[in-house]
Design a protein around this ligand. Structure first.
Ligand code: IMP
Length: 215
């Protein structure tokens, strides 16, 4: 990063329990402590952007301004080739039930239905990627973003109960298990010092770390 972190506490600009857990797992070994926007009762800002970068910036800036401290957000989603990149930035919206809750079993069924309607039944026709854009923002409005992507395919039926969101239907390229069948460490596939990472979030995080975090 062009700007260094001068604090060991980072505000994790998220209300999503799965993401908060994964971000804490990634920053912990580097000696940082996360405090989430959910714990601090910050309001959830409206994600009005049309790109992962824009939405990541909206979330990180909202938490940085509310806390007066550096804040890290993640805007992520799954882009499916046969669906022209959908659900993309609308990945969370596909799980909305209408009463303010999210149902990922339903969202995964929607994905499968859309793929069936396109006749996408072979692995080659079901390619997809998970995208994560991390944004570090400071209270004065400075931001830095990092993008990670992992290629894979959509499988059906869902497999595994680990992880969160769409993990049970995403099988990363070169692997025989879905993210839902992997431990958290296997899904990240990275720890400080490693040359490679697996998940989109860990890949973005690796870039974030490589650009220099120390105060
Ligand atoms: P947002 O970034 O809060 O707009 O939402 C991201 C959406 O993508 C959520 O619905 C997540 O469940 C989904 N998502 C993001 N990253 C992952 C992941 O690592 N595994 C499974 N689902 C994910």
């Amino acid at each position: 990063m062009t700007r260094k972190l001068e604090t060991k506490t980072i505000i994790v600009a998220s209300h999503n329990a799965g993401k908060i857990r994964e971000i804490n797992e990634l920053i912990g070994p580097l000696g940082f402590e996360g405090k989430s926007a959910a714990e601090l009762n910050f309001e959830t800002p409206e994600e009005t952007g049309t790109t992962f970068e824009e939405n990541a910036m909206i979330k990180a800036l909202a938490s940085a301004k509310a806390s007066g401290m550096p804040a890290l957000s993640d805007d992520s989603g799954i882009a499916i080739d046969a669906l022209n990149g959908a659900p993309g930035v609308y990945t969370a919206d596909w799980a909305e039930t209408g009463d303010g809750t999210r149902d990922f079993a339903m969202a995964m069924e929607k994905v499968e239905k859309a793929l069936q309607e396109k006749g996408a039944t072979t692995p080659e026709a079901r390619t997809a990627r998970f995208v994560s854009v991390l944004c570090m923002a400071w209270p004065d409005g400075h931001t830095e973003t990092f993008r990670g992507e992992v290629e894979g395919e959509i499988v059906w039926p869902p497999r595994g109960t680990a992880g969160f969101g769409y993990d049970p239907i995403f099988q990363p390229k070169g692997h025989a298990r879905t993210f839902g069948e992997m431990t958290s460490d296997e899904k990240h596939g990275w720890k400080p010092g490693d040359a490679e990472a697996l998940s989109h979030r860990a890949r973005a995080f690796k870039l974030f770390v490589e650009t220099g975090l120390e105060a």
